[in-house]
Design a protein around this ligand. Structure first.
Ligand SMILES: [Zn+2]
Ligand SMILES: [Zn+2]
Length: 326
């Protein structure tokens, strides 16, 4: 089968021909139709995170159909979504406490398990989702990471009504729709001078959009940082009111510069979001069709994955990039 493979952290992504994977007991073989591109893929390719099992086929927002299965709940022909969380041990203190996203022995798709930038992928059936019928494959793909880890971040902001999004990409374009549905106000912060993304945010219902150098018109109740830039942390803390929260939603961020304790004082909180639980996925996939969340997708071929990653890096994508396979 054709696949895009990375030989090591910071290595080269290459189109290769590799054997179709053999599903282990409890796994299903899935013919991939679409795989969403995530900022985490950039961090894997750049070697910002390097706990993967190499060589690796990245890609963890996978939509496809089961072509081989001995699992009764996922028969041949069933459409499934395969997310970042690919395996947990079920026994460690985190799994036992309902925090499988923090499992000591977790394996992640497209990182420690082979991912979806390939014609086929084998996945542990327990970690596959059945997708809502109202979403075509292409539109469903961005829900599987941007959507559901984003949804976990959104819930961490609890009741925050005035919500700031630092970095307005794939996750923010989905969460703005959900936040609005929940009666919240979204304030979108983009790179300096990125008027196109500010327009995009306003079109999705953001109350205000500007760049990070501009003063916000209100004090925020909460903020989510999607951009991997540590200097946004003190900035976001200064934009939230007393008791407000700042959530860091990415897997990697540059170092956070030191800042005065006064910026955190007043019971402001700062927290990261790590991975997802299967429960997060079930909740998001139930909520998305009710909103209904509409994902805006730019389509790329498998061989054009490096182009999609470059476009993501340089901020040329409004919404989500998705790789499609025939
Ligand atoms: Zn565990
Ligand atoms: Zn992701």
């Amino acid at each position: 089968m054709r696949a895009m493979q990375l030989d090591g952290p910071g290595g080269k992504l290459q189109l290769v021909d590799v054997p179709i994977p053999l599903p282990a007991p409890g796994e299903v073989l899935v013919a991939v139709s679409a795989c969403g591109v995530c900022r985490t893929d950039l961090h894997v390719v750049d070697g910002d995170i390097s706990d993967g099992k190499y060589p690796v086929i990245p890609g963890h927002q996978i939509v496809g159909r089961v072509v081989e299965s001995e699992v009764a709940t996922l028969p041949v022909g069933q459409r499934v979504g395969i997310p970042w969380l690919g395996y947990t041990c079920g026994q460690c203190e985190f799994c036992a406490a309902g925090m499988e996203n923090l499992c000591d022995a977790a394996q992640f798709t497209g990182y420690q398990r082979q991912g979806g930038y390939a014609e086929f992928v084998a996945a542990d059936a327990r970690f596959c989702f059945v997708l809502p019928d109202s979403y075509p494959d292409l539109q469903a793909a961005p829900l599987l990471c941007a959507g559901l880890i984003g949804y976990r971040a959104l819930r961490m902001t609890q009741g925050a009504r005035k919500l700031g999004f630092y970095g307005f990409g794939n996750a923010a374009h989905i969460l703005t729709q959900i936040a609005r549905h929940e009666g919240r106000e979204v304030y979108a912060l983009t790179r300096e001078g990125d008027l196109a993304t500010q327009e995009f945010a306003l079109g999705l219902g953001a109350r205000w959009a500007g760049d990070i150098t501009q003063p916000l018109p209100v004090a925020l109740d909460g903020a989510i940082i999607f951009a991997p830039a540590g200097e946004l942390v003190p900035l976001a803390l200064r934009s939230v009111r007393k008791g407000g929260c700042v959530i860091c939603a990415g897997i990697h961020m540059t170092d956070i510069p030191s800042f005065p304790y006064a910026d955190l004082w007043g019971e402001r909180s700062l927290k990261s979001v790590a991975n997802l639980t299967r429960e997060d996925g079930l909740q998001l996939l139930q909520v998305a069709p009710q909103v209904p969340v509409r994902t805006q997708v730019s389509e790329y071929s498998l061989a054009d994955l490096p182009v999609a990653l470059a476009d993501l890096r340089d901020g040329r994508i409004e919404g989500a990039a998705v790789i499609t396979l025939q």
